[in-house]
Ligand binder design. Structure first.
Ligand SMILES: NC(=O)c1ccc[n+]([C@@H]2O[C@H](COP(=O)([O-])OP(=O)(O)OC[C@H]3O[C@@H](n4cnc5c(N)ncnc54)[C@H](OP(=O)(O)O)[C@@H]3O)[C@@H](O)[C@H]2O)c1
Length: 298
């Protein structure tokens, strides 16, 4: 099944690949090699962000690979320091200068800024305008709760196409997924193999890592797959888009080799049951400029 690449239709009719490569915490040097390895393996979607400081290297890899721009789905994110209508317009142009493309496939607000939500709304209205002008094909959000999305939808016109959130077997976000389904918003999982459980905490314990959980290991053995592949397959069968990050060519290939087996309904339920209800990453209620004070330079 090498080369197979399932796609998902967003609520505005735009089609995107279900599986992409994430590049958070990929150094600029590593990003070029990782994106090239992903494109060679069949990935056609890359998730970057202004805050990752590697948009230029994503673009470099795409260009050097020679792949047609229209054959690849690029998504990036606006950082909180650029929230407000004018700030977002500026932040978008800065990202586009680094990316060097005429248009962007998907633009996400990186996280809500609950303490100054009017700036969040202003930023989203700028994204709506840019989409109306044809600079962006789809817009969405990241790390938003149902309450954040409801508040945004009450003050803007375009229902977000995507909400990218922390989601893995230890934090399954079922109520949020149900809310997304009701509003035709695609759930996209960040840390799909639980990366945040390892790198976000200094005192991470092995039992807090879904990669080493015995239930996942048993399924990996049954299907002759790795624990990462079992988790990624679980997401796909739930209709969730995934953006696993790796800078290792072997793991990049491994994370895309998930189309030749299927988990049973009982196995899906057994992974669902690993949910702890506890997120590994930051609480979106406290994700504004005060909590994340760094700014993106021009
Ligand atoms: N919107 C947001 O706020 C937000 C937050 C976090 C992440 N994200 C996005 O989501 C993407 C993925 O999330 P993530 O980076 O947090 O976590 P992840 O993809 O769940 O895990 C990545 C970690 O697992 C390792 N890894 C990758 N493949 C592996 C495999 N097959 N077996 C064992 N280990 C493996 C990677 O190391 P190696 O690189 O050494 O392979 C890395 O340390 C990010 O890159 C970013 O694009 C978004």
């Amino acid at each position: 099944m090498q080369g197979y690449n399932p796609s998902i239709k967003l609520n505005n009719g735009v089609t995107m690949p279900a599986v992409g490569l994430g590049v958070y915490r990929s150094s600029p040097e590593d990003t070029v090699g990782a994106v090239k390895a992903a494109l060679a393996a069949g990935y056609r979607m890359i998730d970057t962000a202004a805050a990752y400081r590697n948009e230029a290297q994503v673009s470099q890899a795409v260009r050097e690979n020679g792949i047609a721009r229209s054959d690849i789905f690029i998504q990036t994110k606006l950082w909180v320091s650029d929230y407000s209508y004018d700030g977002a317009m500026h932040g978008f142009e800065r990202s586009m200068k680094k990316l060097g493309f005429d248009y962007l496939d998907l633009y996400l607000l990186h996280q809500p800024a609950p303490a100054e939500f009017e700036r969040t709304v202003g930023a989203y209205k700028a994204a709506e305008k840019l989409m109306a002008e044809g600079r962006i094909r789809a817009i969405g959000v990241s790390n938003f709760s149902p309450a954040h999305i409801e508040r945004l939808m009450a003050e803007t016109d375009v229902t977000p196409a995507v909400n990218q959130v922390e989601l893995h077997p230890f934090f399954t976000q079922k109520p949020l997924i149900d809310f997304h389904k009701k509003h035709d918003i695609l759930t996209q999982a960040w840390s799909p193999i639980g990366g945040v459980q390892r790198y976000w905490r200094e005192d991470a314990k092995p039992e807090e890592d879904p990669l080493t959980h015995p239930a996942i290991a048993a399924l990996a053995q049954k299907y002759s797959k790795s624990p990462a592949q079992i988790m990624l397959r679980w997401h796909l069968q739930l209709g969730i888009s995934i953006i696993p990050k790796s800078v290792s060519p072997a793991r990049i290939i491994e994370n895309f080799d998930i189309f030749d087996f299927a988990l049973t309904a009982e196995e899906i339920a057994s992974i669902d049951a690993l949910d702890t209800g506890k997120r590994g990453g930051p609480d979106p209620e406290h994700s504004d400029r005060k909590a994340f004070p760094f700014v993106i330079e021009d």
